[in-house]
Write a protein that binds this ligand. Structure first.
Ligand SMILES: C[S@@+](CC[C@H](N)C(=O)[O-])C[C@H]1O[C@@H](n2cnc3c(N)ncnc32)[C@H](O)[C@@H]1O
Length: 212
């Protein structure tokens, strides 16, 4: 999942803020109990999400793909007074874990969990002018999620999309279907004049998009 040299990553991990205690527990429990635990954002990417959220001080955050709530909690750290995170997860069996994890981090009152398919949920949301969104669910739908969400993002708001370097395959020789999808996404965003954009080589590649 990580494209950076492990020694560099270890150095970066040691020189950012420590992982908060509740997130450390969630990280460990996720690795003990869940299949594909590496789907969670983790320490370094989590601190980056927290930092971006704190810089923006959003009132309304949307997350597509909650998993065990790690990134949800990181994003909630930067919420403005009275703000909240709407997070969407397709797998109903994760609901108890998510609610327990939000309570463990003390953010349960600032998070609204929606269980269901993200596209259906997004269409049904009544509060829908987002300051910050994090797209991190079924990768084939990234462009569709971006197109849905950009319409509901305020000028100056951010959309962050995870895994866009796809283990480095997007700039290599690989030509499988998933790699092609990520190339199509990155190419479409690169020429989109509605937004400013930058890919950060954090973990598996994070695309930060700002609506003009
Ligand atoms: C990579 S994980 C999310 C990790 C989390 N954002 C974090 O950083 O800690 C992706 C999650 O998206 C969920 N998911 C996949 N397809 C979805 C869909 N169509 N609607 C909602 N959630 C979906 C998966 O069940 C999985 O839990």
């Amino acid at each position: 999942m990580e494209i950076l040299d492990p020694q560099l990553q270890a150095y970066l991990d040691m020189h950012c803020d420590a992982e908060p205690e509740a997130l450390r527990k969630i990280n460990r429990e996720t690795h003990l109990k869940q299949l594909k635990p590496n789907m969670l954002s983790g320490h370094y990417q989590g601190r980056m999400l927290s930092m971006l959220s704190k810089l923006l001080q959003p009132k309304l955050i949307l997350e597509v793909g909650s998993f065990t709530g790690y990134a949800t909690i990181c994003l909630a750290e930067g919420l403005a007074e009275g703000g909240k995170v709407l997070t969407i997860e397709a797998r109903a069996e994760l609901e108890d874990t998510l609610r327990n994890n939000f309570a463990l981090a003390g953010v349960q009152d600032r998070i609204e969990l929606h269980i269901g398919d993200a596209k259906d949920v997004i269409f049904g949301l009544t509060e829908n002018i987002y300051d910050l969104s994090f797209i991190d669910a079924d990768k084939k739908s990234n462009l569709a999620y971006f197109e849905l969400i950009i319409e509901k993002t305020r000028p100056g708001g951010l959309i962050i999309i995870d895994n866009v370097l796809w283990k480095g395959k997007v700039y290599g020789e690989a030509n499988d279907a998933d790699t092609q999808l990520f190339r199509k996404l990155n190419d479409a965003i690169a020429v989109n004049t509605q937004v400013e954009k930058i890919i950060l080589p954090v973990r598996d590649g994070v695309l930060v998009i700002r609506k003009k």
